[in-house]
Design a protein around this ligand. Structure first.
Ligand code: UT7
Length: 318
């Protein structure tokens, strides 16, 4: 027995910054950003906290599932970072929702949501839960270097949640970690230890775009092909493809190499930018609320990110 998705929700900060807005503070343009990435705008945190977004997304998912916070048996928060170094966002969210269950964070970069599905699968397999909440929430605008035009234009802030209940909706899930931190990382902030021998550094995200790009296309193609081989499903059997929304050119490059019909790929990157771990569940919520997903259809999810981590899952929608 594993799980089925009972409800979804998402939340974005109210402040929207278009590419043209960014060109007011950086040497960039709508044309460069849109043609290289497919992004037109992103939402950024101003007065909201990451917890605010996480709580709003969670409440929507709980409402959709018809579950109250007290019914939850586990909260998992995939995130690069909540509002505190410690405690984790999961603990903040548990307090905010008035839940009483255990709560943890998972930091697997942009693959965090798929990693969390795997953790949830284990919790259900051990019969430790009837309901699990996964809430991915990111405030990446706080850790971007807003002078680094090659990285800051790519990301946005947001949160998305799913409520899982016992069921047989998980058909396949495989995770990979290819330890390789240099091309995409953010450092822990400098402290003021009188004994540190650390060189001064910032906590901003550093990314070598082309290295990440090559890893990403390969991770998607390998992950999806393996998933089809190992499940015996054909490309035609996949009704919806929800890839991590990092760059439209990455999605297009993978789409050309795979034989899943083009119209089955869903995207929200134009409106949100890269939401890291919140990217796939945001897309899932948008598809669900738009009535695009039908019972019995197969959804293929594939994520990749810092680490390098990647993960592929096939869910059957109930
Ligand atoms: O969740 C995982 C996270 N990340 C990713 O998946 C990102 C993967 N990588 C990418 O998406 C792409 O590599 C980028 C979009 C980041 C960059 O695209 P690129 O085609 O690899 O560009 P580039 O880094 O080779 O830069 C080309 C030029 C450079 O100028 P010169 O040296 O040719 O004069 C850059 O300085 O574009 C310049 N450039 C910009 N120009 C205007 C870089 N960023 C910008 C910008 N606006 N925002």
């Amino acid at each position: 027995m594993s799980f089925a998705v009972l409800g979804t929700g998402s939340a974005l900060p109210t402040c929207v910054k278009t590419n043209d807005d960014l060109s007011q503070i950086l040497d960039t343009s709508d044309r460069w950003i849109y043609t290289r990435t497919g992004i037109r705008r992103r939402h950024v945190i101003t007065s909201e906290t990451v917890l605010d977004l996480a709580a709003e997304a969670s409440r929507k998912a709980l409402d959709a599932a018809g579950i109250s916070p007290q019914d939850l048996d586990y909260i998992i928060c995939p995130t690069v970072g909540g509002d505190y170094i410690t405690p984790g966002l999961g603990c903040n969210l548990q307090e905010e929702l008035g839940a009483t269950c255990p709560a943890i964070d998972i930091n697997a970069g942009c693959s965090g949501f798929v990693y969390s599905l795997d953790t949830a699968d284990g919790i259900f397999a051990r019969k430790k839960a009837r309901y699990v909440l996964i809430t991915a929430a990111e405030g990446l605008s706080r850790i971007m270097d807003w002078n680094d035009r090659s990285t800051c234009v790519l990301f946005g802030d947001g949160a998305a949640a799913v409520v899982l209940g016992e069921g047989d909706g998980l058909r396949y899930l495989k995770l990979r970690t290819q330890g390789c931190c240099a091309p995409l990382h953010g450092r822990f902030p400098m402290g003021n230890s009188p004994w540190t021998k650390e060189e001064p550094h910032t906590h901003f995200v550093h990314m070598e775009g082309q290295e990440v790009y090559k890893f990403a296309v390969n991770a998607i193609c390998t992950g999806v092909q393996e998933a089809l081989e190992e499940t015996g499903l054909s490309p035609e059997d996949i009704h919806h493809v929800l890839l991590h929304q990092a760059n439209m050119r990455i999605i297009d490059a993978a789409r050309k190499k795979l034989s899943i019909p083009e119209e089955r790929y869903h995207c929200c990157i134009e409106e949100t930018g890269n939401l890291s771990a919140a990217s796939i569940p945001t897309l899932l919520d948008l598809c669900s609320r738009d009535g695009l997903l039908h019972s019995g259809e197969n959804l293929l999810l594939c994520a990749f990110g810092a680490g390098f981590t990647s993960g592929t899952a096939i869910l059957t929608w109930k």
